[in-house]
Design a protein around this ligand. Sequence first.
Ligand code: NCD
Length: 339
Amino acid sequence: MKIKDVKFRGWPHILESQQFSKRWIKNVLFPLTDKMETLPRKVLRRLLRDKEMISLFVQESTRTRCSFQIAMNRLGGVVTFSTEAARKFSSLAKGESIEDMAIVLSEYGADTIVLRHDEEGGVAKAAAVSSIPIINAGDGPGQHPTQALLDRRTISKYFPDISGLEVALIGDIEGSRTIHSLAYLLSQYPGVVLHFVAPKSMGIKPGLKAHLDKHGVKYDRAKDIREVAGTTRVFYQSRTQTNLGTKKWNRRSKTNGLTVITEEVLQMMPEDAIILHPLPCTDEIDRTKVDPDPRAVYIQTKGGRISQVKCGLFVRMALLLIVIAPKLCVRLLTKKKFR
Ligand code: NCD
């Protein structure tokens, strides 16, 4: 293993799922994430000692913002500046461009910026001028690549071999950046079948559709989750992205079909299926019925079944190491005993 193996396409910036090959995921991301799960805390907190992270969120966030901050702290690094609602509380409010902001923040010599923007491509604009790694924590209705990587990790915990797996991407297939990123990421696994479950009026984004066609990915459309529930093993539910402009629709109607995970849907699912959701969850899962089911792994670790939320923290720790300290990653991955 060499430093070049640790680096992914477009390193050090994390902008979109297409940067990550399945080989890199298997040989670098997953083994490093294993280390994050198992190394003692006292070892972990030496790994990024004195390294600095800036967290800049133009849009609201709980999990992404918090898990990156915790991840950085766990590794002994510091979060030197953190702001949310950046359109209000940063100089963006005074009309400063995201490019100028990125240049200034990188001038201070921090080691990475975790950035959430409200426009598709907004994070890429910052990365184009930044001298330090920029991590896309969601760019409007564009992508959310670190979420896709943690989703991929969660899937692998339950399905070590994903060839032939049927995955239903349910809900706001047009506006959900987590669905876009996951679809791009899964498109490289032969045999994975994607079911896009949403009302007929809602389309798959043209760029994503072209990508799926080009790569010969098997995918189809269903308006009702019950059409695919019997054979789907990964149910990926999503919120209606009203904050990004999607109009709310009736998710339980004849015309639109059923896109809520109900008790009925639960009964139709295979025994070994899993239900994922990037969260926050509003009304698209009947929580009282679904939460107690062992297949519901989106929010809470139960009986040794690791949650998607928990997977997220470990994956983000690994990603921070990869962009800030690739040399150290080589040592972590090659030394039998790391002390
Ligand atoms: C998602 C997001 O912001 O795109 N949340 C997250 O980061 N886990 C999904 C959403 O807001 O619905």
